[in-house]
Each structure stands twice: as structure tokens, then as C-alpha cells.
Write a protein that binds this ligand. Structure first.
Ligand code: SF4
Ligand code: SF4
Length: 184
């Protein structure tokens, strides 16, 4: 079968570079990131391909991929990359673009967790685990799953009943504003 011809389009490079803070155009496809990534067996696009697809403007393939949700953000890739490219940050930028465009995530439960985690962190500057897990259970209709574990954590005082905020809320808000400014 003849290979599909790709017409490169650089339209994605600027917004993803801005949103992720990563020098996407410096990647020269050495594959060191992929060689060290512990999650490739579960990915449908390899880490080096994520960067290449951004360079080529293959946005639909990226935003519908499992990889952007599967990335464990372990940052092994940045420690190996000769150009200091953090692919977890690129995946985060792509997740934001997928959610902003209303694209059905390839891994809905991971996407739901991502959303409730961010909402919880944004509201007080610190994640409230109990509130976040309740929101996650409601979002995914997995009400009773993990109840024994939750009770065990509660008994060991690992789950706070009430949320707590952080001291420097102003700085945190400024960081969030920066994030919004980067979205396009
Ligand atoms: S290690 Fe860095 S330069 Fe090499 S392919 Fe991965 S992102 Fe590109
Ligand atoms: S941060 Fe993501 S892409 Fe990079 S090595 Fe870890 S799992 Fe792989």
C-alpha cells in the first residue's frame, strides 16, 4: 500500500511552543526520548512522533491520540533530550487544545481525572483530594469503585474533610493568567 502523503503545515508550532514553553523546532528526531520513555507500550504515538507531528501540523492525529493522555509526566524524556525538550509539557498543551475544541478524549477516564484535578487546584491553589475524588466519581459514574481504599485513607487521615488554600494566592492567580494567555 502506498504511504499517505503528508503536506507539512507549521501552524501548530507557534501555539504549542507558546503554551508548553518548549522549543519544538529544535527537535531533530534523534529518538532518545522514545528510547527512554517507560510508557511506550501503551502509546499509539511515540514521544518523538508527538514532536514531529507538531512540526508537521498534524493536529487531528495528535488531539485524538491516546498518547497525550497516557503520558505519565515522568520527564525521563527531558533528561535524555539533547535539546532539553519536555514532551510532558507538550502533551499538556495538546490536552488543553483537545479540551478547548471539545474533542472526545481517547482515554475518557484519564481526561476526567485531569479536569477534576485542575479544577480542584485552581479553586484553592492546592488539590483537595476528597473533593476531587467525589467529582471524579460523579463524572465517570464509578461511585462504589475504590470505596474500601477511600475509607482506609480516611481512617489514616490521608483525606482532609475540608479544602485548604495556599498563602500566596496572588502569585498563583498570575500563573493561571499566564497559562490562559498562552492558549490559542
Ligand atoms: S530526544 Fe529531543 S531532539 Fe531527540 S527526538 Fe526526542 S524531543 Fe527530539
Ligand atoms: S514524560 Fe511522558 S513522554 Fe516523557 S518519558 Fe515520561 S511518559 Fe514518556
Amino acid at each position: 500500500m502506498a504511504a499517505q502523503q503528508v503536506v507539512p503545515s507549521p501552524h501548530l508550532v507557534t501555539p504549542v511552543t507558546k503554551l508548553s514553553g518548549q522549543p519544538v523546532n529544535r527537535c531533530y528526531q534523534c529518538h532518545k526520548c522514545t528510547a527512554g520513555c517507560p510508557v511506550t507500550a501503551a502509546m499509539d504515538l511515540m514521544p518523538h512522533q508527538v514532536v514531529r507531528y507538531v512540526q508537521l501540523g498534524l493536529e487531528e492525529d495528535l488531539l485524538k491520540s491516546k498518547t497525550i493522555w497516557q503520558c505519565a509526566a515522568c520527564r525521563t524524556c527531558i533528561s535524555r533530550c539533547p535539546n532539553g525538550i519536555d514532551i510532558a509539557a507538550i502533551n499538556d498543551a495538546l490536552k488543553q487544545r483537545a479540551l478547548a475544541r471539545g474533542i472526545q478524549p481517547a482515554l475518557p477516564e484519564v481526561a476526567a481525572f485531569h479536569q477534576v484535578f485542575l479544577a480542584s487546584a485552581k479553586s484553592k491553589g492546592r488539590v483537595h483530594e476528597l473533593g476531587m475524588m467525589i467529582a471524579f466519581k460523579l463524572k465517570t459514574s464509578t461511585y462504589l469503585q475504590d470505596v474500601p481504599l477511600g475509607l482506609k485513607m480516611f481512617r489514616r487521615r490521608k483525606l482532609r474533610l475540608l479544602p485548604e488554600g495556599i498563602k500566596n494566592r496572588q502569585r498563583f492567580r498570575a500563573l493561571l493568567q499566564g497559562e490562559k494567555g498562552g492558549q490559542q
